[in-house]
Design a protein around this ligand. Structure first.
Ligand SMILES: Nc1ncnc2c1ncn2[C@@H]1O[C@H](COP(=O)(O)OP(=O)(O)OP(=O)(O)O)[C@@H](O)[C@H]1O
Length: 216
């Protein structure tokens, strides 16, 4: 990590407003996310956490406001932004009819990587011996781990992760937390939602953005 990597703005939200049906999920929300930040979007069910992550990732548009990648509206630098972005949503792109190994290969190749050892990556998420199992036959936690394995092989600095710890056991959560810390120490950032407690990422290193909707 170099000093210049730290405190460098990677993502900026400018006065975002998101309205769903008769509820304002957030209104003129602004924040900046720097290299080195671990950010948790917090709020009760239905508060708009997934909606905000999808807007930051450019997968849906806000009612008003913009997201900037470094200093440019993401709509004007889509290719550069997408190359630097790893987004894992709820479903996380794991296909039940493919094996764990096929899923990982598919997702990494789709992201432009061709030089990796998928068995080694699957071993990192404790799926050694399950490489050729159909994802549809894996447990919920193993299914999730299949999706998460790509975090161990990426050059993207901006990680947007919707509930990455869901169905993951305690040791697995700690391994992910450690990976997030290392990623941010290398100049990346993590923007995530979780309803789970963390043990390594303590409140003094975690930034929180709190959401709570109101009716129009
Ligand atoms: N495309 C959409 N069209 C209409 N309403 C939507 C859409 N997407 C989300 N919503 C609504 O917006 C609200 C916020 O949803 P969202 O998934 O962002 O919440 P969340 O904070 O992630 O919730 P949870 O903690 O339960 O995952 C919900 O009431 C949902 O029904």
């Amino acid at each position: 990590m170099t000093d210049s990597n730290q405190q460098k703005s990677l993502v900026r939200a400018n006065e975002l407003t998101c309205i769903r049906e008769d509820r304002i999920l957030f209104d003129q929300l602004s924040f900046e996310i720097n290299a080195g930040d671990i950010v948790q979007i917090e709020g009760p069910n239905g508060a708009g956490k997934t909606s905000l992550l999808r807007i930051i990732a450019g997968l849906s548009r806000p009612y008003a406001g913009e997201i900037q990648y470094i200093d440019t509206d993401i709509n004007q630098c889509r290719d550069e932004f997408n190359e630097d972005l790893l987004y894992l949503g709820h479903l996380a792109g794991v296909k039940s009819e493919l094996t764990a190994d096929e899923n990982l290969n598919f997702n990494l190749r789709l992201s432009g990587y061709d030089d990796f050892d998928s068995y080694d990556l699957l071993a990192k998420v404790n799926l050694g011996g399950f490489e050729e199992a159909l994802a549809g036959h894996l447990s919920a936690g193993q299914h999730r781990r299949t999706a998460l394995a790509r975090l161990w092989h990426t050059n993207c600095r901006i990680w947007i992760l919707d509930e990455p710890f869901t169905a993951i056991d305690k040791k697995g959560v700690e391994e992910l937390e450690q990976l997030f810390i290392e990623h941010t120490q290398r100049g990346g950032c993590v923007i995530m939602t979780t309803h789970q407690d963390m043990s390594l990422i303590t409140d003094d290193v975690l930034r929180k953005i709190k959401l709570d909707y109101r009716f129009v």
